[in-house]
Design a protein around this ligand. Structure first.
Ligand code: 4NP
Length: 148
């Protein structure tokens, strides 16, 4: 059975598409399934933000084929681990949990690493924030991939 990991942010166009692409690149696809979703429903069906596509491309990753979807309660059954990019995402996901088992699956992505920050900042309003976001997610995913 594959381990199934879900990356979640607010819009599913900036941070979690990067997290999906970055972790996918570090794991064996035969063993690990990675997906992403947003707690909000603003951009359903859309491609990732062009700035995320560019920063991924700069690091040799192609995330263009991803399409935005909204987090659903059924994701608690489908996934083994659900990583939230920030505390707001975490709380929004937890508010949809039906059982303690659901809630136990939800973690902050940066809780996997020892960094001075615990949240991946929302880069939507900051054109210069995308490289930093990439680096934070990449550091966490390196650690996650080693443990999977
Ligand atoms: P994300 O960034 O949560 O990293 O995908 C955002 C994208 C869009 C919006 C907010 C955050 N928005 O308000 O539309």
């Amino acid at each position: 059975m594959k381990t199934k990991v879900l990356m979640v942010c607010l819009g599913n166009i900036c941070r979690s598409p990067l997290a999906e692409g970055i972790l996918q690149d570090k794991v064996d696809p035969e063993k690990v399934f990675v997906d992403s979703a947003g707690t909000g429903g603003y951009h359903i069906g859309k491609s990732p933000d062009p700035r995320s596509i560019t920063v991924a491309h700069n690091h040799g990753l192609n995330i263009e084929k991803q399409r935005c979807r909204q987090f659903q309660k059924s994701d608690f059954e489908k996934f083994d681990v659900i990583y939230a990019m920030d505390r707001s995402n975490l709380n929004n996901i937890l508010s949809l949990a039906n059982t303690p088992e659901d809630a136990k699956k939800v973690k902050l992505l940066l809780a996997e690493v020892e960094l001075p920050v615990i949240e991946v900042p929302d880069p939507y309003w900051d054109d210069n924030g995308f490289e930093k976001v990439f680096q934070l997610i990449d550091t966490a995913c390196t650690s996650i991939a080693k443990k999977l």
